[in-house]
Design a protein around this ligand. Structure first.
Ligand code: SOE
Length: 383
C-alpha cells in the first residue's frame, strides 16, 4: 500500500479483515507500506499491520513479493504510480477519483486495458457501491421495481471546511487534488448514480463556488473561528468549496447534484433519491443501514415509503457479518471492496469499478468544470 492517512487506514482495515469474515480463495498479506518519511511510515506500518516499509514507491512496485499495489495517495500521483505498477505486472486498487484530469485517466485506462489482457487487473475505489443498502437499491432498479427512472437527486454534504480557520491541506490545492468538493465527494455521486441507474451521464450544466478564498497555512481546526486569525500567514484556496450541477442520463433520466464541504451540520450525508414510473428509492449515508422504498404498485390506501432495515442475511454482503438489526459502518464498504477485488482476481475477471468506470466519472467532472467556467453553459460529457 502507498499512503497511510485516512484512506490508508480504511484500506488496511479491509485488507486485514476481509478473509476473516468472507471465504476468499486468496488471502491478502500486508507485505509493505510506502511513505516518504521513514520514521512516520514505520510507525504507520506497526499501527496498520504491514510487515515492511519502503520510502520510495518505485522500489515497492518492483518487489517480487508484491502482487497488488493499493494506491492511497493524493490524486496527483495516481497516474504515475498505477501505470508503473501495472507495467510491473501488479494488480492495482486506486483510490478515487481515478486521476486529476481526463488525460491522466485515459492513460491509466489504457494501461489497465493492456494489463487485463495478461490477467493483471485494476479497480477504482468507489466504495459506496458496496454499502448493502445501495447494493440492494441497485438490485431493485435492475429488477424494474421502480420502473423507468425519471429523477436522480444526489447530494453529498459535509461540513469539515465550513470553519475559515481550518488550515490549508492538500485537498484545497488544485495541483494536488485536481478539484475540491467536486472531485473529492462529487465523484462518488457520479459513480454511484451511473451505477445505480445503469445509465451514463451525457451532459451537465454546472456552477462551482469557493466561499473561503484564503486559509491559514498551518495549524489545526480549533472549533468555530479556527486558529487562523490574521496573525498567521494565509495561502490561496485553489479549488471549489461547492459544486452544483444538473445532468441528463443516457436513458432519459434527469439529475440534480450537489457536493459541498460547507453544509454546516451535515457530516457525511451522501443522499440519493431515485424517482421512477413505478416507485422511488431514497438513501442517506448518515442512516446507512436503511433503504427507503416506495412501491407504486402497492394497493391504493396502503402506499407509502417503507424503511427497509438492510441487515438481513438475504441482503448484499450481510450474511458474513452480524444477525439482523445489528448493522454495519463506514469501514465495511472498504472490506466489501477487498472481497470483490480478490474474488475477481481469483476468477481471472475484471473487477468493477474498473479504470474505464473511473475514466467515465472523470469525463463528467471535466464537463462540470468546463460548464462552470463557461457560465453554466450546457456541456456534453465528451468521450
Ligand atoms: C472527504 O472528506 C472524504 O474523506 C472522501 O475523500 C472519501 O472518499 C469519503 O468516503 C469520505 O469523505
Amino acid at each position: 500500500m502507498i499512503g497511510y492517512a485516512f484512506m490508508g487506514a480504511a484500506h488496511a482495515q479491509a485488507w486485514r479483515t476481509a478473509h476473516r469474515f468472507f471465504d476468499l480463495s486468496l488471502t491478502p498479506e500486508l507485505t509493505a507500506l510506502a511513505g516518504r518519511s521513514e520514521p512516520d511510515v514505520r510507525a504507520a506500518a506497526d499501527r496498520l499491520g504491514f510487515a515492511s516499509v519502503e520510502t520510495d514507491w518505485r522500489k515497492l512496485v518492483k518487489r517480487n513479493d508484491i502482487d497488488l499495489v493499493d494506491i492511497c495517495t493524493p490524486g496527483d500521483t495516481h497516474a504515475e504510480i498505477a501505470v508503473a505498477a501495472l507495467a510491473a505486472g501488479k494488480h492495482v486498487l486506486c483510490e478515487k477519483p481515478l486521476a486529476n484530469s481526463v488525460a491522466e485517466a485515459e492513460r491509466m485506462a489504457d494501461a489497465a486495458r493492456e494489463a487485463a489482457a495478461g490477467g493483471v487487473y485494476a479497480m477504482c475505489g468507489y466504495t459506496y457501491r458496496r454499502t448493502p443498502a445501495l447494493a440492494l437499491a441497485r438490485r431493485l432498479v435492475a429488477d424494474g421495481r421502480i420502473g423507468t427512472v425519471r429523477h436522480v437527486r444526489a447530494h453529498y454534504l459535509q461540513d469539515w471546511l465550513s470553519d475559515p480557520g481550518t488550515a490549508l491541506n492538500w485537498r484545497l490545492d488544485a495541483a494536488k487534488a485536481g478539484s475540491g468538493a467536486l472531485g473529492d465527494i462529487g465523484s462518488h455521486l457520479v459513480d454511484t448514480t451511473q451505477w445505480l441507474t445503469g445509465q451514463p451521464i451525457t451532459g451537465v450544466s454546472a456552477l462551482l463556488e469557493t466561499f473561503v478564498k484564503t486559509r491559514p497555512m498551518s495549524g489545526d481546526r480549533a472549533g468555530l473561528g479556527g486558529v487562523g486569525g490574521d496573525d498567521v500567514p494565509h495561502g490561496p484556496v485553489t479549488v471549489d468549496d461547492a459544486a452544483l450541477f444538473t445532468a441528463r442520463f443516457a436513458g432519459g433520466a434527469v439529475g440534480t447534484f450537489e457536493a459541498s464541504r460547507f453544509a454546516l451540520g451535515r457530516k457525511n450525508a451522501l443522499r440519493i433519491e431515485l424517482n421512477g414510473s413505478a416507485g422511488s428509492l431514497a438513501f442517506d449515508f448518515e442512516d446507512s443501514n436503511a433503504l427507503h422504498f416506495y412501491d407504486g404498485t402497492d394497493p391504493v390506501g396502503l402506499q407509502g415509503f417503507r424503511r427497509i432495515h438492510v441487515t438481513e442475511p438475504e441482503h448484499p454482503y450481510i450474511a458474513a457479518w452480524w444477525p439482523p438489526g445489528h448493522g454495519l459502518g463506514y469501514e465495511h464498504g472498504f472490506t466489501h471492496q477487498v472481497v470483490d477485488l480478490v474474488d475477481a482476481i481469483a476468477r481471472g475477471e475484471q473487477p468493477t469499478p474498473s479504470f474505464e468506470d473511473g475514466l467515465a466519472v472523470q469525463r463528467v467532472l471535466d464537463a462540470v468544470g468546463r460548464s462552470a467556467a463557461a457560465g453554466s453553459e450546457w456541456c456534453a460529457t465528451a468521450g
